[in-house]
Design a protein around this ligand. Structure first.
Ligand code: HEC
Ligand code: HEC
Ligand code: HEC
Ligand code: HEC
Ligand code: HEC
Ligand code: HEC
Ligand code: HEC
Ligand code: HEC
Ligand code: HEC
Ligand code: HEC
Length: 347
């Protein structure tokens, strides 16, 4: 009985085997064809740096001064790094045969036209995570910037970071002209002086906070350098806790101390709703006069104790004694006070 079945069984195996083989081979070929259609470089092999530089001699020399050249040439950790150029540009065997087909090598220049996602993926092969953990979906990524909008790894233009320009601030300002103007205002963060750069406050690779900030909130960012403003204070000034930007500009301003407005208009912006700036209540004649205005000091006709109209408030602000630090002659600890009697930020 076993023998009777052995022949058909063997024949079946042969047929099945052939069928499988014949099915399998075109299937593989088809997969390769689809790969090549989706990615023309799918079947390219690595050829190595020696081959590349037979045609790209200039690149070889300039590139030699970079961190990548040192690591890839002297201490490669794997075959990709050992290939040097192809670590970034992708396998080059097809490009070598047909150098003008732009689909056959990853180019990072605008003219070459490789899709930006493909360019970025080449770099992220090695640089994913770390500072770039929030790159996907970041303001720069979603505006179609690629790594090579800020970096040029082909030569050493900057002392660190393989940037396109000599410095960080210069690199950012090629696109951010408005911020460049802000840093030229009378009072500004010491960026143009070189004491600080854009990346002290921003992570150009992405962040979980808005505006690519390096801290969870604006105030947390400011506290990293201005820790004394963090408090907590016995007497808090509400707008300080809420957001430093209530009174300060982030980059620069033509008012003193990066203030968004000159003083005392700054204070009046929030404290003059009744035109009294809060002083009508205490009725101290001298104080009321100084702060709220009277005919003698301000050439304004009113009772002198209260400036309960917007016009009188404006006059008060124009007083000689109210210029400069003005309100802060008395309310000196404007960011908050720890003095038991500092409820009005007077000490
Ligand atoms: C036979 C000569 C030759 C070899 C070998 C060669 N290339 Fe090229 N490559 C060229 C030419 C020519 C162009 C410019 C084609 C054009 O502009 O139409 C080019 C263009 C490029 C570009 C695009 C530049 C751009 O504008 O962004 C890159 C990147 C590149 N090659 C990298 C490589 C790499 C990496 C290797 C080694 C795997 C390599 N090449 C090997 C001749 C060569
Ligand atoms: C770390 C990644 C990286 C490595 C390694 C690398 N390149 Fe590039 N290459 C780039 C980027 C990014 C650009 C685009 C630079 C720019 O903004 O103009 C570029 C540009 C080029 C260009 C276009 C012309 C130019 O200089 O802008 C050529 C050609 C080129 N590379 C060839 C090479 C060759 C040859 C090697 C090896 C000796 C190499 N690259 C190694 C990333 C790399
Ligand atoms: C095959 C892996 C690999 C690829 C691909 C790669 N890098 Fe690098 N990169 C490295 C290594 C290794 C270093 C050396 C420092 C280190 O160990 O992190 C480095 C360093 C850097 C530095 C710091 C250099 C310095 O002088 O401070 C920058 C910036 C950088 N890479 C950008 C890029 C960009 C942009 C690309 C894509 C165009 C890219 N890298 C592609 C491996 C890679
Ligand atoms: C908007 C500009 C900008 C873009 C876009 C950008 N970078 Fe950077 N990158 C910088 C600056 C600025 C530095 C800081 C250089 C320094 O500290 O000296 C830096 C530093 C780095 C470093 C070295 C420090 C570190 O984190 O290890 C690497 C690596 C790096 N970038 C990789 C990338 C890669 C990969 C991409 C693309 C996904 C990219 N960068 C896109 C501006 C940019
Ligand atoms: C190639 C042009 C380019 C360069 C270079 C560039 N940026 Fe940008 N940046 C943009 C674009 C485009 C946007 C999105 C539109 C906008 O807000 O202006 C943007 C947005 C931003 C934002 C606002 C993000 C938000 O969520 O609204 C910040 C902050 C920023 N960039 C900082 C930097 C810093 C820091 C550098 C240098 C390390 C830099 N940029 C370099 C093009 C650039
Ligand atoms: C002292 C910290 C600090 C420095 C340094 C700094 N920024 Fe900013 N930047 C901020 C803060 C805070 C904001 C958010 C302001 C807001 O939301 O009101 C901001 C906002 C921005 C925005 C978004 C503006 C908008 O209206 O959406 C851009 C773009 C920007 N910065 C670019 C830069 C560039 C470029 C540099 C370097 C030349 C730089 N910043 C340096 C703190 C800083
Ligand atoms: C990376 C550190 C750093 C961060 C973050 C930072 N600052 Fe500064 N800030 C400085 C330095 C440095 C100076 C200049 C001090 C000097 O020149 O004596 C300064 C100066 C100032 C001044 C005085 C300007 C003047 O004209 O005298 C104000 C106001 C100020 N910062 C507010 C802020 C605010 C608000 C934030 C948050 C958006 C902030 N700072 C974030 C470092 C920082
Ligand atoms: C209610 C308005 C207001 C708010 C909100 C505010 N500031 Fe100020 N800030 C001022 C005024 C006014 C000055 C000028 C002080 C002076 O001349 O004594 C000043 C000065 C400064 C200075 C420089 C002088 C000094 O005291 O060191 C720094 C730094 C500063 N502020 C940081 C901050 C930070 C950080 C925040 C957010 C936590 C903040 N400010 C919020 C009004 C404000
Ligand atoms: C962005 C709005 C805003 C600005 C600008 C502002 N303040 Fe205030 N200030 C407030 C708020 C809100 C309170 C809390 C009022 C309350 O608790 O009823 C307050 C409280 C005060 C108090 C204590 C009042 C009390 O009842 O405890 C004084 C004094 C004061 N501010 C002075 C100033 C001075 C001086 C300036 C200018 C350097 C200034 N403020 C700028 C919003 C502001
Ligand atoms: C000559 C000193 C002096 C000057 C200048 C001054 N204040 Fe006052 N201010 C006081 C005193 C004192 C009090 C508290 C009276 C009290 O404790 O009842 C006070 C109280 C306040 C209060 C709280 C009122 C309340 O309802 O409790 C606010 C708000 C205020 N001042 C804002 C300002 C503003 C804004 C300016 C500048 C336009 C200013 N002050 C200028 C001395 C001054």
């Amino acid at each position: 009985m076993a023998k009777k079945y052995s022949i058909p069984l063997r024949r079946w195996c042969l047929v099945a085997g052939l069928a499988l083989l014949s099915g399998f081979l075109p299937a593989r070929a088809a997969t390769a064809a689809t790969d090549a259609a989706a990615d023309p470089m799918a079947n390219a092999r690595m050829v190595g740096e020696k081959r590349c530089v037979t045609c790209h001699d200039t690149e070889k020399n300039l590139f030699g001064h970079t961190q990548h050249a040192k690591v890839f040439r002297e201490n490669p950790r794997n075959d990709t790094e050992k290939s040097v150029c192809e670590a970034c540009h992708g396998n080059g065997s097809l490009h070598v045969l047909n150098a003008t087909d732009k689909n056959l090598i990853v180019g990072f220049s605008k003219e070459w036209n490789t899709p930006i996602e493909k360019q970025t993926a080449q770099c992220l092969n090695c640089h994913t995570g770390g500072q770039r953990i929030n790159w996907p979906g970041s303001a720069h990524a979603s505006n179609k910037l690629g790594c090579s909008d800020c970096h040029n790894p082909m030569a050493r233009f900057s002392s660190n970071g393989l940037l396109k320009k000599a410095g960080i601030t210069e690199t950012c300002q090629t696109c951010h002209q408005q911020q460049r103007a802000e840093f030229r205002k009378k009072s500004h963060m010491p960026v143009p002086e070189g004491k600080m750069t854009c990346v002290d406050c921003h992570n150009p690779h992405g962040s979980t906070a808005k505006k690519l900030l390096k801290a969870d909130s604006i105030n947390d960012l400011c506290y990293t350098c201005h820790a004394e403003k963090r408090g907590p204070f016995l007497w808090e000034h509400a707008p300080v806790r809420e957001n430093c930007m209530n009174c300060h500009a982030a980059h620069g301003s033509n008012a003193d101390k990066l203030l968004v407005q000159t003083r005392p208009a700054l204070c009046a912006g929030c404290h003059s709703t009744t035109g009294t700036m809060g002083h009508a209540v205490f009725g101290n004649n001298t104080l009321g006069t100084v702060v709220n205005g009277d005919s003698t000091s301000f050439g304004q006709t009113n009772t002198g104790l209260q400036a309960n109209t917007a016009a009188a408030a404006t006059a008060a602000l124009a007083s000689k004694r109210m210029t400069g630090r003005s309100c802060q002659n008395c309310h000196s600890t404007i960011h908050g006070s720890n003095s038991p009697s500092g409820a009005r930020f007077q000490r």
